[in-house]
Design a protein around this ligand. Structure first.
Ligand code: ADP
Ligand code: MG
Length: 702
C-alpha cells in the first residue's frame, strides 16, 4: 500500500515529547471539561454517550473510518460508489408535500460539477447549513443525472487550520448523539489523545504484551481481509492509533492490543482463583471404597460407554487427589451425563460425604431427583428434593450425613445447610453464574465440583467462561440411540406436517410442538403457545394435547409433565421450558414453529428431547420469514448433529450473548474483545497469564 499523502500526526502525540497540556495535575480521571471547548451543554451530550472522564473519551472507539485522503471530483463520480467530495453550498431548501412528507435539498459545487444532496423528512436540517458553506460530503452516489446522494454525511469546514485533522487522512467516525457532531467529537478526541495518551500506562508490565504478534484485519468492500502479522503496539500507542491511524489496519491492531488487555484481565481472575485453590485448599478424600459401586454397576442393566468409563476414571482420580476437583462435563443430551453424576456421587457417599445437586428449574430438579432416586434408593441411600416450593430440610434446617439433596437455586439460600458436603454437582451450568456456583461451594469446606452442560461450548467461550475448570467430554451416545432426522419447512407445508405428526401419534408415539413465545406480540406475527394451543387441539382430535409454559403455576406444570410422561397426553404444546433435561423416550416427533427465532444451539437442545428411545425420530423446523440468510443458518441443523459444529456456527452468526443467554451467561461485556473473532487472542491471554504465574513474574494475589 502506498504511503498516504499529507497525513499529519498530532504534534502533541509524539509520545516521547512533552505533552502539550498545560495543567500538570490533570489525569485520565479528570472530567472531560478540562478539555478546551467543553462547556455545560457538551458535557451533558458527552455524558449521554457514557463519557465523563478523559479516559472514557480515549476509550470511545470509532465505529469506522472514512477515507478522506483523496477527495473526489464531482464530475468524475461513478454510480454506486461511496466517496467524499468537497464543495460550496450553492442552493438549499425544503420541499413539502401534501402527504406531510418533505425533502430537504442542498446543492454543492466543487468547480467541476454539482451534487444534489437529499434528506427525507428532516426539514430542520435547513437551519444547519448556509449558502456558501465549505462542505465535505460523504455518501453513496445514487444517480448521475443529476448527480445525487441521499442522506449523506456532511461536515462543515470551518477553519483552514484544522484541515490536518478532518481531511486529507483516514478520519474516525464515532457513535454519537444528537447535537454532538462528528467534527466536535473528533476534535475533542484529538485534543485528548495529544495531551493524555502518554498517561495510559502498561497494565501488566511484567507480561510481554506489546511483543506479541497478531494479524490485523481490515474491511474491504464488505470483506474481511487479514494482513500479515505485526507486533502489538504499546497501550498508549494503541490509544492513539485507535483514533488516528495512518491506515485502518493500525486501528485494528490497536483494537487487538486493547482486547488482549481485557482477556488478560479476565484470565488473571480465573487463573488466580484456581492457583489459590491449589495452594490453600485441602481436598476431601472422596474416591470411595467400592462398597456400593460393586452392587450398583451390575444392576445398571447396560454396559457403560467407553466415554463414560474414561470420564469416571478421570473423576475418581480427581476425587482422590490433593486439590478439590473442578471439572466440567460436556456431552450432548442423552450422552449419559446424569448417569456419570450418579456414579460420581456413589464414590463420594462411600467416602462418608454428602452430595448437593443443583438444576436450573423445578421441572429439571424433579427429573434429576427421580433419576438419582431410581439409581440410589436400592442402595439404601436417601435422596431428597429441595426447591422453592418444596424444602427438604425445612423443619431441621440441617441435612443428615451421607445423603443426596437435589434442588434448584433454593440450595444456595442461607436457610439451606448440609453437613459434610463432599461434592457439588451443577446441571446445565450456563444458567447459573460463577457467583452462584461459589455460593453453593461455600456450604462446605472446599467440596469437589462437577459442572454438567449439554450446550457444547466453543473453545473461545469455554476459555472465558470455564477457564478454571478441567474439561471431560462424553463424545459417544449410548448404544441403540437413533439419529434424529431434521427437516426445514415453511408454514405452507404445515398441513402435511400435522398429518405426519398424526401418523406418529397413531403408532402410540408422542411429540412436542414448540413456539418461541407465550403470548403473541403486536408488532409481528411470531406465533405463541397460548394462541396456537386450541388450534392444535382441534387439529389433532381425538389425541390429547397438553400445554406447558413458564408462566403456569408450578403444580400445574408438574401435572402436565407427569401426564405427558405417563402417556396420558400424546402431544405437548410448549415453549422452551422443554429445552433441557426432559426425558420421555417415547417422544419421537418435534415441530418447532418460527424456528428462526431461536439460536442453533438452542434448537439443537430442543431436538434432544426426542430420539431418546429406540424409535426413529423426526424434528421439523418451520421457518416463517422466507429469509434466505435465516434459512441457511437453520440448514446447519439439517446437515449435522455435531453439537460443537453447531455451537461454533451459532457463535459466529449470533454472538456469545445469544448462545448462552445474556444476563446470566457470565460472559463479561468486552469493550474491544470480540469472542467471534478473537479466539487467537483469548488463547494468547491464557498462555501469557499461565506462563507469568508459572515463572512467578505474576503474583497469585490480585
Ligand atoms: P444426559 O444427562 O447426558 O442427557 P442421561 O444420563 O440422562 O443423559 O442418559 C440418558 C438416558 O440414557 C437415560 O435413560 C440413561 O439411563 C441412559 N443411559 C445412560 N448411560 C447409558 C449407557 N451406557 N447405555 C445405555 N443407556 C444409557
Ligand atoms: Mg441430563
Amino acid at each position: 500500500m502506498a504511503a498516504p499523502v499529507g497525513v499529519v500526526q498530532n504534534p502533541a502525540m509524539d509520545l516521547n515529547g512533552t505533552p502539550a497540556f498545560p495543567d500538570s495535575s490533570a489525569s485520565l480521571e479528570s472530567p472531560v471539561s478540562v478539555l478546551k471547548g467543553v462547556g455545560v451543554e457538551r458535557l451533558q451530550m458527552l455524558e449521554r454517550l457514557g463519557i465523563r472522564s478523559v479516559r472514557d473519551l480515549l476509550f470511545h472507539a470509532p465505529r469506522r473510518f472514512e477515507d478522506r485522503r483523496r477527495v473526489a471530483r464531482i464530475r468524475e463520480l461513478e454510480l454506486g460508489e461511496t466517496v467524499t467530495v468537497r464543495g460550496r453550498v450553492l442552493t438549499l431548501g425544503v420541499t413539502r408535500y401534501r402527504s406531510g412528507k418533505s425533502v430537504f435539498q442542498l446543492v454543492v459545487d466543487d468547480g467541476t460539477s454539482r451534487l444534489h444532496c437529499r434528506w427525507w423528512n428532516l426539514p430542520f436540517l435547513e437551519r444547519m447549513y448556509s449558502v456558501g458553506d465549505d462542505l465535505l460530503v460523504c455518501g453513496r452516489v445514487k444517480a448521475l443525472k443529476p448527480r445525487t446522494m441521499d442522506h449523506p454525511e456532511t461536515e462543515k469546514i470551518v477553519s483552514g487550520e484544522e484541515e490536518t485533522l478532518h481531511v486529507n487522512r483516514w478520519v474516525p467516525v464515532y457513535p454519537s448523539t444528537e447535537g454532538l457532531t462528528q467534527r466536535i467529537l473528533r476534535a475533542l478526541t484529538w485534543q485528548a489523545v495529544g495531551a493524555f495518551a502518554h498517561l495510559v500506562v502498561e497494565p501488566h508490565p511484567e507480561l510481554p504484551l506489546s511483543k506479541m504478534q497478531v494479524r490485523p484485519a481490515v474491511e474491504l468492500g464488505g470483506d474481511q481481509l487479514t494482513l500479515e502479522s505485526r507486533s502489538l503496539p504499546e497501550r498508549s500507542r494503541a490509544i492513539q492509533r485507535l483514533h488516528f491511524p495512518e491506515e485502518p489496519w493500525q486501528a485494528d491492531l490497536a483494537r487487538q492490543r486493547l482486547a488482549l488487555d481485557e482477556f488478560v484481565d479476565l484470565q488473571l481472575v480465573i487463573q488466580r482463583r484456581r492457583r489459590r485453590l491449589e495452594a490453600n485448599a485441602k481436598a476431601l478424600p472422596c474416591s470411595g471404597d467400592n462398597r456400593w459401586m460393586r452392587q450398583f454397576l451390575p444392576r445398571v442393566g447396560f454396559p457403560l460407554t467407553g466415554a463414560q468409563q474414561r470420564v469416571l476414571s478421570e473423576i475418581r482420580s480427581d476425587l482422590g487427589g490433593s486439590v478439590p476437583m473442578r471439572r466440567l462435563l460436556q456431552g450432548d443430551v442423552g450422552s449419559g451425563k446424569t448417569f456419570v453424576a450418579v456414579a460420581a456421587s456413589i464414590m463420594v457417599l462411600e467416602s462418608g460425604f454428602s452430595v448437593a445437586v443443583m438444576a436450573p428449574t423445578e421441572i429439571l430438579a424433579e427429573q434429576l431427583h427421580a433419576n438419582f432416586r431410581r439409581w440410589l434408593a436400592p442402595l439404601g441411600i436417601e435422596v431428597s428434593l429441595h426447591t422453592g416450593s418444596r424444602k427438604s430440610t425445612q423443619e431441621t434446617g440441617v441435612a443428615k450425613r451421607q445423603r443426596v439433596v437435589v434442588g434448584t437455586h433454593a440450595l444456595i439460600e442461607d436457610g439451606f445447610q448440609i453437613q459434610d458436603l463432599g461434592l457439588v454437582v451443577i446441571d446445565e451450568q450456563h444458567r447459573f453464574g460463577v457467583v452462584q456456583r461459589e455460593r453453593l461451594l461455600r456450604k462446605g469446606s472446599y467440596p469437589h465440583l462437577l459442572v454438567m452442560t449439554a450446550t457444547p461450548i466453543p473453545r473461545t467461550l469455554g476459555l472465558t467462561l470455564y477457564g478454571d475448570l478441567d474439561v471431560s467430554l462424553l463424545d459417544e451416545l449410548p448404544g441403540g440411540r437413533r439419529r434424529i432426522k431434521t427437516y426445514l419447512r415453511t408454514r405452507e407445508a404445515l398441513p402435511k406436517v400435522w398429518a405426519f405428526v398424526r401418523r406418529e401419534l397413531e403408532q402410540s408415539r408422542q411429540g412436542y410442538v414448540v413456539y418461541p413465545r407465550i403470548e403473541a406480540g403486536e408488532a409481528d406475527d411470531v406465533r405463541a403457545v397460548t394462541g396456537e394451543f386450541e388450534r392444535i387441539q382441534e387439529e389433532m382430535r381425538p389425541f390429547r394435547v397438553g400445554l406447558l409454559h413458564g408462566q403456569l403455576p408450578a403444580e400445574h406444570k408438574e401435572t402436565v409433565m407427569n401426564e405427558f410422561r405417563a402417556g396420558v397426553l400424546d402431544l405437548l404444546v410448549a415453549t422452551t421450558v422443554v429445552e433441557v433435561g426432559v426425558d420421555v423416550p417415547n417422544a419421537t416427533v418435534m415441530v418447532i414453529e418460527d424456528a428462526e427465532q431461536f439460536g442453533l444451539a438452542q434448537l439443537h437442545q430442543l431436538r434432544g428431547r426426542i430420539g431418546r428411545g429406540a424409535y426413529a425420530s423426526h424434528c421439523i423446523l418451520i421457518s416463517s420469514r422466507g429469509n434466505p440468510e435465516a434459512d441457511s443458518r437453520l440448514r446447519v441443523l439439517e446437515r449435522t448433529s455435531d453439537g460443537f459444529e453447531i455451537a461454533e456456527a451459532d457463535l459466529v452468526l449470533r454472538g456469545p450473548g445469544d448462545l448462552v443467554g445474556r444476563q446470566q451467561s457470565g460472559v463479561p461485556d468486552f469493550r474491544f474483545g470480540n469472542l467471534r473473532r478473537d479466539r487467537a487472542l483469548v488463547e494468547m491471554a491464557r498462555d501469557l497469564v499461565r506462563n507469568g504465574l508459572d515463572s512467578g513474574l505474576v503474583s497469585t494475589s490480585p
